[in-house]
Each structure stands twice: as C-alpha cells, then as structure tokens.
Design a protein around this ligand. Structure first.
Ligand code: UDP
Ligand code: MN
Length: 297
C-alpha cells in the first residue's frame, strides 16, 4: 500500500501517528482514498503514540450507556477491562449513563482515572435507548464532559477490552470498521436506502460501513457528529420512520459527509463469532455474544 501519500499535514496534525508504518501490513488496506490512516496491528508504534499523548497532558473521555439489564450483564467487565487496556497511563474520565446510578458497580480505578455517573431516562424500546444516546451525548459534550476531556470515545457496553486500546486510536474524528462488513463489496453494505430517511445513502455512496459500537474524536468534532445524528433521528421520527440500523445508519451518513481522520481496523472491535482470521492479529475489544432474548423485552 505504501505510505498514505495524500495525507496532508492538516490531517496528521492532532492525529497521534505513533510513527505509522502502513507497509508493515501489505495484505490489508491501510489508507483511505482521502488519505486517512486505517490502523492495523503492526502499523503503529504504541509507545510513540503514548509519548505524544503524555506530552500533551491529555484527558480522554470514555462514554458508555448501561440501561436496563445491560447494566448487570456488561458494565462491570467493560470497566474492569478498560482499566487494564484503555489509554493506560493517561488521564481518563469515564461517563456512565444509566437510569439506576446506585447500581453502578464500584470498580477500582488507577491513578488519574475518574468515573462519573449520569442519570438518563429509561426508554421503552431498546432501539430508543440506543438512539437516545446521540442527544444525551451531545448535551454531555456541551457540559462537564466537554470541558474536562480533549478527546472522547463513545462505546457500546456489550463488549470488553482484550488488548491495548491506546492513544494510537486518537484523532480529530475516528471511525470503526464494522467487523462483519469490512470485506464486503460496497453495494452490499447495509446503508439506509429509504430516500425519505435523513440517513439515506444512494447506490454508489458510502466509503466503508462503520460500527456505532465505537466512535471518537475531539469534543468539537463529536459535538457536530452527535448534533447531526440527533437531528436526523428526530427528522425521521417526525415522519414515522426509523432507519434500518437506527443511530448507526445516521452515523454512517455523517461519516460519508465528514470523512474520519483515522479509521480503526476490525481488530479494534472484533466479533469472536466470526472465528479466527489471518488478518485479525490482536483484537482490542471483543463483542459479547448477542443474548437479545435475555436483554430485550
Ligand atoms: N443499551 C442499553 N440498554 C438497552 C439497549 C441498549 O444500555 O436496553 C445501550 C448499550 O450500551 C448497548 C448500546 O446501547 O451496548 C447499543 O445497543 P446494542 O448493543 O443492543 O445494539 P447492537 O450492538 O446489537 O446493534
Ligand atoms: Mn452492541
């Protein structure tokens, strides 16, 4: 693949390069058509990325929603493994959004790491819990979270960390390749196709299919992202529509219109159900098995 040749200095500024070496993984795509790195294991130096982040004395936010049964089922393991693997050695602030603050497990936090719990209303349908995240995140980013963090990752709770997820993942705007779809032809990707939806993508549109279980960026970039998605969700709702993959459909539309500065390979959020694959060397997050009957009413 060579070095991302069209990567401009502007793109690389605020993009924790970690001394990128895309040639280390010739068998996979390591650069987007617009010049953003797609980071795979071996294409970055985690120590260099760590140094870059430490020098800037960053605070990194990690938001997660745990509403209804998702709290007991997933939150403790998510937080415990984040303590081991997420931005180790950096200043981190977790934001847990739940309707039952008293039930949040007490996880021992390392130095420089804090956890804040924010109360949210419990929506009736699981789709509504998922979609309501965009509006809630937008408000949080405009409040204390936005003031105390420089960069933020927003994640699903039904997964756990299994490997280093460090500053090499930081950039102005970060998208996650969906592990089910990264090798599919573009025309098969499950974008929203209903022309009445705000999330519609025409045939031929779309770069990659991104997973809503992980996205991140600067506070300003995420304010824009969450505003766009919340607006699109409200627009659809007012018309009695719901995009095929809910908030994820609107997220994909946003990333089509506003290209991410960095893309995470499926190693960063892998589904073990897919089995071993040669190009998946070291998964960083693993999806929990889908147990929808236990979790969703
Ligand atoms: N969520 C939650 N309670 C619910 C539904 C969803 O806390 O009843 C949150 C949780 O963080 C979850 C995310 O919303 O990981 C997205 O939902 P889910 O993971 O079920 O969607 P999927 O990954 O299957 O598309
Ligand atoms: Mn999920």
């Amino acid at each position: 693949m060579g070095v991302c040749p069209s990567a401009t200095m502007a793109l690389l500024r605020d993009n924790f390069t970690g001394a990128l070496r895309p040639w280390a993984r010739p068998e996979v795509l390591t650069c987007t058509p617009w010049g953003a790195p797609i980071i795979w294991d071996g294409t970055f130096d985690p120590d260099v990325a760590k140094q870059e982040a430490t020098q800037q004395n960053l605070t990194i936010g990690l938001t997660v929603f745990a509403v209804g049964r998702y709290l007991e089922k997933y939150l403790e393991r998510f937080l415990e493994t984040a303590e081991q693997h997420f931005m180790a050695g950096q200043s981190v602030v977790y934001y847990v959004f739940t309707e039952r603050p008293g039930a949040v497990p007490r996880v021992a936090l390392g130095p420089g790491r804090r956890l804040r719990v924010e109360r949210v209303a419990r929506e009736r349908r699981w789709q509504d819990v998922s979609m309501a995240r965009m509006r809630t995140l937008h408000a949080a980013l405009g409040g204390q979270l936005g003031r105390e963090a420089h960069f933020v990752f927003c994640m699903d709770v039904d997964q756990h960390f299994s490997g280093t997820f460090g500053p090499e993942a930081l950039a102005e705007l970060v998208a996650q390749l969906h592990s089910w779809h990264y090798h599919w032809p573009r025309w098969l990707l499950p974008f929203e196709r209903d022309a009445h939806s705000a999330a519609v993508m025409a045939r031929g549109e779309g770069d990659f299919y991104y997973h809503a279980a992980v996205f991140g960026g600067s506070v300003a970039a995420l304010r824009d992202l969450t505003a766009h998605c919340a607006r699109g969700l409200a627009w659809d709702r007012a018309r009695g529509l719901e995009a095929r993959w809910h908030d994820e459909s609107h997220l994909n539309k946003f990333f089509w219109l506003h290209k991410p500065a960095k893309v995470l390979s499926p190693e960063f959020c892998w589904s073990p159900d897919l089995g071993p694959r040669a190009e998946i060397r070291r998964p960083r997050l693993l999806w929990a098995p889908k147990e929808y009957r236990l979790l969703r009413d």
